[in-house]
Write a protein that binds this ligand. Structure first.
Ligand code: ZN
Length: 319
């Protein structure tokens, strides 16, 4: 009875979020899909899904009373542990299987040039890696899993997708121009989940990609080789040194950069980006002329239309 009431409340709250009444329910292989009067739709969990996709990992972690790490399932917040999981307290090393030998359950989210790495940036930690793309490029799920979050995020991520994976990790895909998935949807590695964009706190189209373990970010390059577009290893060793909250900070970032710098491949580590801050009197024509480019190129780089009005003070990517 209690469960029935809970489910009713859950569905009820979803309706009130949309402000729409349900006009149809469709049972699909990916779960129960409800369709609202305004033609929007989403998947709704009908089972008692507790957010645990990796049962053996959860057993291991919840077995330790000193850790008591929790990871609930919530479609409306980025972080489900309320930031209480201090992974700096992790005593033992945990083994996660992030892939099989043939990298079948992995797909690079976007095949582009890494434009900014994980680590300290302007005094703050950059919690992910930036990959240059054009607005509208297809972004794909790194591993199989379940979409936990797919909506606009006011905190700076812009249009954001978060996927919880069977391997125990979560991946974040930020600044998208469009979502191609909905909360609670099951996805497989390589499935399109959004289109690249420049939404939220972003200056120029790019994908901000994060990998988190129980809400704590780690260097994506500790897991993925972005040049080879493969997982570095079948296993990922989770230890406290992987996380910035740790008492023994990782230097993965520096080592990753060193490795990249010594590569003989003639691909620039950081592409040449150029930005123009819009001043009073500026027009798209004057900005294009000044920067030796075209209006359509500027529109493409920033995901805007030629007819868009441009806000004074906004930084437009021109190259
Ligand atoms: Zn970023």
């Amino acid at each position: 009875m209690i469960r029935a009431i809970f489910l009713l409340l859950f569905v009820g709250s979803t309706v009130s979020i949309q402000g729409q009444s349900i006009i149809d329910t469709v049972y699909t292989l990916k779960g129960r899909m409800i369709i609202y009067a305004n033609k929007t739709w989403e998947f709704v969990e009908v089972s008692e899904f507790d957010g645990i996709l990796n049962k053996s990992l959860d057993k291991l972690i919840s077995k330790d009373p000193t850790l008591n790490y929790k990871q609930s399932w919530d479609n409306n917040v980025c972080f489900t542990s309320e930031r209480k999981n201090d992974l700096g307290k992790l005593k033992d090393t945990l083994w996660l299987c992030v892939n099989d030998d043939e990298n079948k359950d992995f797909h690079i989210p976007f095949n582009g040039i890494v434009s900014s790495r994980y680590g300290l940036r302007k005094g703050r930690n950059h919690n992910g890696i930036d990959i240059a793309l054009n607005v509208g490029d297809t972004v794909k799920a790194a591993w199989s899993g379940k979409v936990r979050y797919a909506k606009f995020n006011e905190g700076g991520f812009g249009n954001l997708v978060i996927i919880r994976h069977y391997n125990g990790l979560e991946s974040f895909y930020a600044h998208l121009s469009k979502h191609l998935c909905v909360p609670n949807q099951d996805v497989v590695a390589g499935e399109p989940i959004g289109l690249g964009g420049n939404t939220g706190h972003s200056f120029g189209a790019h994908l901000h990609f994060e990998i988190r373990f129980y809400d704590e970010p780690m260097n994506p390059e500790a897991v993925i080789d972005f040049e080879k577009m493969l997982c570095k290893d079948q296993n990922l060793l989770i230890h406290k040194g992987l996380f910035k909250s740790s008492t023994t900070p990782t230097n993965y970032n520096e080592s990753a950069i060193t490795v990249k710098k010594t590569t003989t491949k003639a691909v620039p580590v950081r592409p040449v980006y150029k930005y123009h801050k819009v001043k009073p009197g500026d027009t798209l024509t004057s900005i294009a002329t000044k920067n030796h480019t075209t209006i359509s190129k500027i529109c493409q780089l920033n995901g805007i239309k030629q007819s868009s009005s441009i806000q004074i003070g906004r930084s437009l990517r021109v190259k």
